[in-house]
Design a protein around this ligand. Sequence first.
Ligand SMILES: Nc1ncnc2c1ncn2[C@@H]1O[C@H](COP(=O)(O)OP(=O)(O)OP(=O)(O)O)[C@@H](O)[C@H]1O
Ligand SMILES: [Mg+2]
Length: 250
Amino acid sequence: MSPSIVVDGVTKEFSIRSTRTLKQRVVKRLRGEEVVHSFRAIEDVSFDVEDGESIALMGLNGSGKSTLLKLISGVMRPDQGRVLTRGRIAGLIGLGAGFHPQLSGRANVYLNGAILGMTEAEINAKFTYIIDFAEVGRFLDTEVGHYSSGMQARLGFAVAIHTDCDIFLIDETLAVGDRPFKRKCLKRINDLRREGRTIFYVSHNTNQVERLCKRALVLEQGKLGFDGPVHDAIRHLHYDEDEDPDAGEV
Ligand SMILES: Nc1ncnc2c1ncn2[C@@H]1O[C@H](COP(=O)(O)OP(=O)(O)OP(=O)(O)O)[C@@H](O)[C@H]1O
Ligand SMILES: [Mg+2]
């Protein structure tokens, strides 16, 4: 087997300002205090994902999951280390990502499809399937800015799932979908998995993670705290100790 994703000693820093006004900034500077602090959202993270593997990325809010996904998708570059991927990447790295709120649903299918690397002919050929999957038919010519969060997630997911990709990244966008839609998406993700695509799945939902993946990574304040079987990852996070608020969800 060969890896389809290699993350090797990756660090990503962001800067955070400790002042809001120019006056506060000047005062801090005069006192010799720092105005901008940098912090590591991802710190020295390394792992490989095999071709065709389904892997979950878990961790508390703010632990760096979305940042890591953006580094893998190429939206961001690491400050240290390297990220290597093999094949075409598609997926959803955030609600409304790649959408223009003032354009219609129809125009956004073309825009988002193009961002994901589809040609116009490819989108034309898949257009009806995408719309059928998203079930936003009546609102196809309404601007996306007026869509509900669930409708945006549906349209985004529908476009992403119809691209021919080798690596599929999903960042918790399913959370806003209703139950029938979630069920449909999970079925589609399972199909992709069976076809041998690599799935990288960010989720807090232990049921879904257990169903889709065998292996999970856990981020803890930007560091890789765990890499191993999903059950052990859930235990590592203490997500098995109290009642799961998602229990019974699809
Ligand atoms: N562009 C940015 N500029 C500055 N800080 C950022 C930026 N993007 C993310 N961060 C910070 O990096 C940290 C990790 O954020 P990230 O979105 O990766 O967390 P997450 O694990 O996806 O959380 P959640 O479960 O809430 O989705 C947070 O402290 C966040 O404030
Ligand atoms: Mg996130």
